[in-house]
Write a protein that binds this ligand. Structure first.
Ligand code: ZN
Length: 357
């Protein structure tokens, strides 16, 4: 039988439990939200032009890059590094300075497989095609490429494993051993596979594409698919209005660039090269930030943090008594007030905890 004394103790214990359980609701009004995409965008998109430095993709320089630069959009350029001329290296220096990403599309663009089989084409050499392309670009431009796309997106399991083992390669475009269009699709932010980034290839009649010309501009359809889904769509193209593989017409490409620029302006879309997007997602999922009183704590014990770490877009609802100054490594971080009590800022977890004042 319960004595009165025990009953009082039980009541006290319950009251204490209730207080502790509900205390945080009253003592801290603050909260933290890490955005799924940089800048608080709904979705992300990549513009990729393959076969840069081949003789057939002249429209990348003649049309695509001027159209993108006029709208402040960044492309990613897949180099066939062994084919670049001195003049092209000079031009590429400017493209890097403008913020365009360069990615590894191999040294010679040698097909890796006999179509429809896993049998390597004789002459394929991982070290020559991947590593020496990395080294050549670095020696010419002082630039390290972080992303690989195999010629025709065909690769043996051994070649894929080789690429994944390269310390400076952070991701690769989804490749299969047979070209059937099944590496096409959208990339879910929470289930991103950095070495199997799904994409859609521009095909004028829609063959092997997720989209069909009867439904409008296929380039724009792939952007809308990401916006509807909250995911990342990666657009593979070759040239524009030139003799390259399935070159896009200038009018379609211009309408696509106008559409992207409009969606960037409203804040709905983040347009970036693949390595920026991969870095953001790996950091967001593997190097979490947590609010603890007046401190934003960064967990960076996962080794992927030092390899992929980048700044995350964070919204913080301020606690009463906090002014909205954020200090990391002794310096105030640039902060934008979204309303009277919500601050937006970029925080790189690798740089350590952030104190809120
Ligand atoms: Zn190619």
């Amino acid at each position: 039988m319960m004595k009165a004394h025990d009953f009082v103790l039980a009541l006290l214990a319950f009251a204490l439990f209730a207080m502790l359980a509900f205390l945080p609701m009253f003592s801290h009004a603050g909260s933290l939200q890490v955005h799924t995409w940089q800048g608080g965008a709904k979705a992300a998109h990549t513009i990729a032009h393959d076969d840069y430095c081949s003789a057939s993709t002249t429209g990348i320089e003649q049309y695509a890059l001027p159209i993108l630069n006029a709208r402040g959009l960044k492309a990613s350029l897949g180099l066939i590094a062994g084919s670049c001329t001195d003049a092209q290296w000079q031009t590429l220096k400017e493209r890097v300075a403008q913020g365009h990403e360069l990615f590894n599309h191999t040294l010679t663009h040698l097909g890796m497989l006999e179509p429809g089989s896993l049998a390597p084409i004789s002459g394929w050499d991982n070290v020559r095609e991947i590593v020496s392309a990395q080294q050549l670009v670095h020696s010419k431009l002082g630039y390290t490429m972080h992303f690989v796309a195999f010629p025709s997106d065909l690769a043996t399991p051994q070649a894929k494993a080789f690429v994944e083992a390269q310390a400076e390669i952070l991701g690769a475009r989804a490749a299969k051993h047979i070209y059937d269009g099944k590496a096409a699709g959208l990339n879910d932010a929470n289930q991103l596979q950095p070495y199997f980034v799904k994409w859609d290839g521009y095909w004028r009649d829609g063959k092997w594409s997720l989209y069909k010309p009867a439904r409008g501009n296929m380039l724009i359809q792939h952007v809308d698919a990401a916006l509807a889904d909250g995911s990342w769509s990666y657009r593979t193209l070759h040239g524009v209005a030139d003799s390259s593989w399935e070159a896009a017409p200038v009018d379609q490409y211009t309408a696509y660039a106008d559409y992207l620029a409009a969606k960037v302006k409203t804040g709905e879309l983040w347009v970036a090269g693949p390595s920026d997007i991969i870095r953001y997602q790996v950091t967001r999922t593997q190097c979490p930030l947590k609010l603890d009183g007046n401190t934003i704590k960064a967990s960076t014990s996962n080794p992927l943090c030092s390899r992929y770490g980048t700044a995350l877009t964070v919204d913080v609802r301020l606690d009463a008594g906090q002014e909205g100054t954020f200090i990391q490594q002794g310096k105030a971080l640039p902060t934008q007030m979204l309303d009277a009590s919500t601050a937006r800022l970029a925080i790189n977890p690798l740089l350590g905890d952030v104190k809120i004042q």
